[in-house]
Write a protein that binds this ligand. Sequence first.
Ligand SMILES: Cc1cc2nc3c(=O)[nH]c(=O)nc-3n(C[C@H](O)[C@H](O)[C@H](O)COP(=O)(O)O)c2cc1C
Length: 256
Amino acid sequence: MKKITAFIGSARKKATYEAVREFEQNLKSYTDIEFEYVFLKDYRIEFCRGCKLCFNKGEDHCPLRDDRDLLIEKMEDSDGVIFATPNYSFHVSAPMKNLLDRIAFLLHRPCFFGKVFTSIVTQGIFGGNSIIKYLGNMGENLGYRVTKGCVLNTLEPTAKSAQEKNSLEIKKAAARFYRVLVRQAAPTPSLFRLMMFRISRTRMKEMLSEEYYDYRHYKAKGWFESDYYYDVTLKPFKKLMGWIFDLAGHRLAKQN
Ligand SMILES: Cc1cc2nc3c(=O)[nH]c(=O)nc-3n(C[C@H](O)[C@H](O)[C@H](O)COP(=O)(O)O)c2cc1C
């Protein structure tokens, strides 16, 4: 049975929570799943102090003592996650942004390969599409397989036509999520993802040393030599582009 966890960034159990409930029901119409609700308001998530110890020395050196690791454990224990948030001033809510800042070291050392990510944004009027894009980008950089999220207009009182439109969007989002959830094969990286990996790992290899945690992590994982983060067969064109991106990373490292 698949385990799905929804991380909810609203302080109230209203539009965002109701949207996640509807998403859950849709998903359950396809398969048996275990579904957990994580209301971020119930967890201690401190503000990042920007010391960068997590990047350079390792996350265990973080001076903050909060629920970061508990929330990461929940992500690790899930086959799929939903990041659901109201649009607050054209961005995710503060608790959700805090969580994303607290796990930013995982953007350097992604680990959620094979797991699925989507997002749900509720809003009064406008701005949700860029939030969905932002969250999708975060998901990809954390290693997830991202399926397009949905933006729901929940201005109160919500007209029946808006409710119906929202239900349709949720239904389509759940179908997209399910299709990837049951897909076995690890995806071949897009050219963009391949470029990001190859340029950054080559720069890291040439510019950092054993004293940096990122360097030790990449070395231990074999990422300085591998084609990508995980085992994947690249077709000749992408293989060639991979070498070119390595070369670009090498040039950039020399320029520094
Ligand atoms: C502080 C605050 C900022 C908001 N900013 C926006 C905004 O920039 N754009 C928008 O369309 N709606 C905005 N809204 C409306 C909420 O996104 C909307 O009501 C949402 O559905 C609330 O979700 P909830 O019922 O789960 O709390 C804002 C609401 C609050 C409280």
